[in-house]
Design a protein around this ligand. Structure first.
Ligand SMILES: Nc1nc2c(ncn2[C@@H]2O[C@H](COP(=O)(O)OP(=O)(O)OP(=O)(O)O)[C@@H](O)[C@H]2O)c(=O)[nH]1
Ligand SMILES: [Mg+2]
Length: 489
């Protein structure tokens, strides 16, 4: 693959160290499995198509977190269109799936799987007549490039004023998944929002969601108002960045990273909400010192602004944006917007969502696809042939990560302190076989085989002390993978 500036050398990527290639290999392995499944008999063609639908639709990222953490604002920022309802009061009542497609429409999915069309009012979904208790989720379909790789799911806040909102989130994400397929939204990864330190019940919810730290990302939201806020001695966004690192260490058992983001600033900059008129309004405040500025922002007569214009600016970019955006406002709306994009932190969040989170969300998807094939092996007369297809997929280099991921999930649920958690994570995080064994990425075959042998010896000694069935199963998968790595197959 070539890329970058013409004439510049191609970056050195060691063989097998390209996560995108690995993801492509996983798709190819499962696609091949589904073709083999369909070839067994006409009745399996329908199953293969149904499972293929799961495989080939974009992975689903659910946005969860406490009430008012800024979830819907962030969803709007990520989509680049203000489609999700946001408000100072409790806003999101039902789980809403935002996915790419045409024509633009909204469908209500009831708990029993029935669908009905919901009116759309200026870009957002209109009033719903069905009781919230009977809704599994709203399926909002819109043509969106931002949604072509990932589907986003907005949820009602946890620990909400009305308990029924939290129930809606749980029903769709936790209870629903195993019980009624119709009611589950089948998320593949989570973005977990909090605006300070997450509370114990939020962390517990995260555990119940049943993902792994590989496909869960923490977002320290409202970074523009962090700590003492815009008027504090420390820049709130820089402060949030430092605090995010502390939280990432504390939450390492649950999230891959913690990214500080101002959803509000990102929403405004990514939906093109800041106009030349707004830049002129902001520029009129440029010469005020900070104390005078805040007095004006809070006063009944905020001259030189009208009360409406003051409210508009605060709604668009908050106090932080007004305080620091003033210096750039003379250069126009584009200059302010560039600055907002940069300060919002959304660029890095986008990057992680499209690389690491995407990679493990696809792996979660792949596990679901394999489970569907395995389920057929239980119920179909051609069970032996179907089982062989599933076994071959797991052994194929493209499908090898699936049992390891499944093992990690089971282990985190049953025995999160097991020493095997670290082994499985390293295996899944490694970009090539060398990294999977804890070696530098460019280690040669000889070192890889030697390291695999060492790891196998250790695995055998651990086999004597396993405490749970999940640990036993994880060890079996680990040993199988290490054996393959030892012989470099
Ligand atoms: N200053 C600031 N305000 C924000 C930010 N994100 C959201 N808000 C404001 O916080 C309020 C709640 O935002 P929402 O996006 O509706 O929060 P939510 O988590 O979806 O809320 P529920 O759906 O009710 O749980 C709104 O008034 C937003 O404008 C942010 O990054 N900075
Ligand atoms: Mg919301």
């Amino acid at each position: 693959m070539t890329g970058g500036v013409a004439g510049s050398p191609a970056p050195f990527v060691p063989a097998g160290a390209d996560p995108a290639a690995e993801t492509a290999a996983m798709y190819a392995t499962l696609d091949h499995a589904l073709h083999r499944l369909a070839a067994i008999g006409p009745d399996l063609i329908e199953h293969a198509n149904r499972i293929g639908e799961i495989l080939w639709t974009p992975p689903r990222i659910v946005v969860v977190g406490r009430l008012k953490a800024g979830k819907s604002t962030l969803v709007n920022a990520l989509i680049g269109v203000p489609v999700a309802e946001t408000a100072a009061l409790e806003a999101t009542h039902v789980v809403t799936v935002y996915r790419n497609g045409a024509p633009s429409r909204a469908e209500l999915v009831a708990l029993d799987g029935r669908r009905e069309t919901v009116p759309i009012v200026v870009g957002r979904t209109g009033p719903i007549t069905v009781s919230d208790n009977d809704i599994a989720y709203i399926d909002r379909i819109l043509p969106s490039d931002a949604l072509s790789r990932l589907t986003l799911i907005d949820t009602p806040g946890l620990a909400t004023l009305t308990e029924s909102n939290e129930r809606a989130t749980r029903r769709a994400l936790i209870d629903g998944v195993e019980q009624t397929r119709a009611a589950g939204v089948d998320a593949d990864a989570a973005v977990f929002l909090f605006d300070g330190a997450p509370r114990a019940d939020e962390v517990e919810f995260l555990r119940e969601l049943g993902f792994t730290p590989l496909n869960t990302l923490g977002v320290l939201s409202r970074a523009d108002a962090f700590g003492a806020g815009a008027l504090g001695a420390r820049d709130p966004i820089d402060h949030a960045r430092a605090h995010a690192d502390v939280l990432a260490t504390r939450l390492a058992g649950y999230v891959a990273a913690v990214v500080p983001v101002s959803g509000l600033i990102a929403q405004t900059s990514h939906t093109g909400g800041f106009t030349e008129r707004d830049a002129r309004l902001l520029h009129a405040l440029a010469d005020l010192d900070a104390i005078d500025l805040f007095e004006i922002l809070e006063s009944d007569d905020p001259a030189p602004l009208s009360p409406d214009d003051r409210d508009r600016l605060l709604d668009l970019i908050g106090e932080y944006g007004v305080l620091h955006g003033r210096d750039r406002a003379g250069a126009g709306a584009a200059a302010v917007t560039d600055w907002l994009v940069d300060r919002s932190g959304i660029g890095y969040l986008h990057h992680l969502l499209n690389t690491a989170v995407h990679r493990y969300a696809v792996l979660h998807r792949a596990d679901r696809v394999l489970r569907e094939i395995e389920a057929l092996a239980y119920s179909h007369p051609a069970r032996d042939r179907i089982r062989t297809i599933a076994d071959d997929s797991r052994r194929d280099p493209g499908g090898r990560a699936i049992p390891l991921y499944r093992g990690l999930r089971a282990l985190l649920a049953a025995d999160p302190d097991s020493p095997l958690v670290a082994d499985l994570k390293r295996m899944l995080l490694g970009r090539n076989d060398a990294e999977r064994l804890g070696l530098p990425i460019d280690a040669d075959d000889e070192r890889i085989s030697a390291a695999a042998t060492e790891h196998l010896v250790r695995a055998q000694s651990l086999a004597l002390t396993t405490r749970t069935a999940a640990e036993d199963a994880a060890l079996t998968d680990l040993t199988r993978t290490l054996t393959l790595l030892r012989s470099r197959r």
